[in-house]
Design a protein around this ligand. Structure first.
Ligand SMILES: C[S@@+](CC[C@H](N)C(=O)[O-])C[C@H]1O[C@@H](n2cnc3c(N)ncnc32)[C@H](O)[C@@H]1O
Length: 270
C-alpha cells in the first residue's frame, strides 16, 4: 500500500464517520431506514431491472446504494477500503435486515477478495478519481465480470473535473490528467455534505482521468462500450453556484453556457 493510498484511506475514514452521523441529511440515512431508495435520478433512470443479478458495488462507501440495489432484488457485495465505512455499512445492513455483504479491501485487490463472477459491476459518483491507475481498474472490473456481464459507471465528467468557478466565471484550474505518481493533492476543511466538522487528516490525493483513458481502461479489461451518455446534472455541488433542482441533482445556473457535468456508461465483458 502506498503512502498516498494510506493517507487517502485515513481521510476517508474521517469522512465516513462524519457521513454516518448524517448531521446535514445529505445521505438521507433516516429516509433509507424508513424504506427510501438512495439511487439518484441518473442511475435510477438507467439501471433497469437488477433483480437476481450478482452485483459487485465497488467503492461502496457505507453501502446505501448497495442496499438499495439489494432492495431492488440484486444479490450485492459492496467493497470499500475504509474500515469505518464498511463497519457502518454492516451496522446499517443489520439494522434494516439487508442481506448485502460488505468487504473491506482496496479496489485493486477486488478479484482476490471477492468470490466468483458477477453479472453487474456498479460504480458511481466519486470513485475513479481516487485511483492512480485507471487501466489497472479496468482490468479488475473485467476480471470480476462473467462473459456478457456488464459494468455500469456514472461519474463526474472530465470536462467539468478540471474547472473551478468563482462568481460565475469558470476557468481551467486543474490538470486534465494526472500520472499515477503526480496526483492533485488538496486539504479538505469539512465534507462535501456541508458538515463542517474539522478533519484531523483531511489530506487527499486525486487523479483526473480523461475519457480517452477511461475508454482505454475498458478495452484493457476486455469490455466493449454499449452506451455512453452525458448529462447536465451532478449529484453534488461541484461548483458554488450550481442550482439544486431536486434532492442531490445540481445543474448550472441560467445564463451560463451549458457543458456536461457528468457521464454514465454501460460496457459489457466480451
Ligand atoms: C465518494 S465515495 C463513493 C460513493 C458511492 N457513490 C456510494 O455508493 O455511496 C468514494 C469511496 O471510495 C472509497 N475508496 C477510495 N479509494 C479506494 C480504493 N483504492 N479502494 C477501495 N475504496 C476506495 C472511499 O473509501 C469512499 O467510500
Amino acid at each position: 500500500m502506498t503512502a498516498m493510498h494510506e493517507i487517502n484511506r485515513e481521510s476517508w475514514d474521517e469522512w465516513a464517520a462524519i457521513h454516518l452521523r448524517d448531521a446535514t441529511g445529505f445521505y438521507n440515512i433516516a429516509g433509507f431506514k424508513a424504506g427510501d431508495d438512495t439511487l439518484l435520478p441518473i442511475e435510477a433512470a438507467e439501471i433497469g431491472d437488477v433483480a437476481g443479478l450478482r452485483t459487485a458495488h465497488l467503492q461502496c462507501h457505507f453501502g446505501l446504494d448497495s442496499m438499495s440495489l439489494a432492495r431492488r432484488g440484486a444479490e450485492v457485495t459492496g467493497l470499500d477500503f475504509s474500515p469505518v465505512a464498511i463497519e457502518g455499512a454492516r451496522r446499517l445492513a443489520a439494522e434494516t435486515g439487508s442481506a448485502t455483504t460488505f468487504v473491506q479491501a482496496n479496489v485493486y485487490d477486488a478479484r482476490r477478495e471477492l468470490q466468483g463472477e458477477f453479472d453487474l459491476v456498479y460504480v458511481t459518483w466519486g470513485a475513479i478519481n481516487w485511483l492512480p491507475d485507471i487501466a489497472r481498474w479496468g482490468r479488475v472490473v473485467g476480471s470480476l465480470l462473467r462473459p456478457g456481464g456488464r459494468l455500469y459507471l456514472a461519474e463526474t465528467h472530465p470536462h467539468a473535473f478540471n474547472l473551478s468557478e468563482e462568481q460565475g466565471a469558470y476557468r481551467v484550474a486543474f490538470d486534465w490528467r494526472n500520472a499515477p505518481d503526480a496526483p492533485t493533492v488538496y486539504q479538505s476543511q469539512g465534507s462535501y455534505t456541508g458538515d463542517e466538522t474539522p478533519l484531523v487528516h483531511g489530506r487527499f490525493h486525486e487523479w483526473a482521468h480523461p475519457l480517452s483513458a477511461i475508454f482505454a481502461a475498458l478495452i484493457s479489461g476486455g469490455l466493449q462500450l454499449d452506451r455512453f451518455n452525458e448529462h447536465e446534472t451532478l449529484p453534488y455541488r461541484l461548483f458554488p453556484s450550481l442550482v439544486e433542482e431536486e434532492r442531490q441533482s445540481f445543474r448550472l445556473p441560467d445564463g451560463v453556457p451549458r457543458f456536461p457535468l457528468s457521464f454514465s456508461l454501460w460496457a459489457s465483458k466480451t
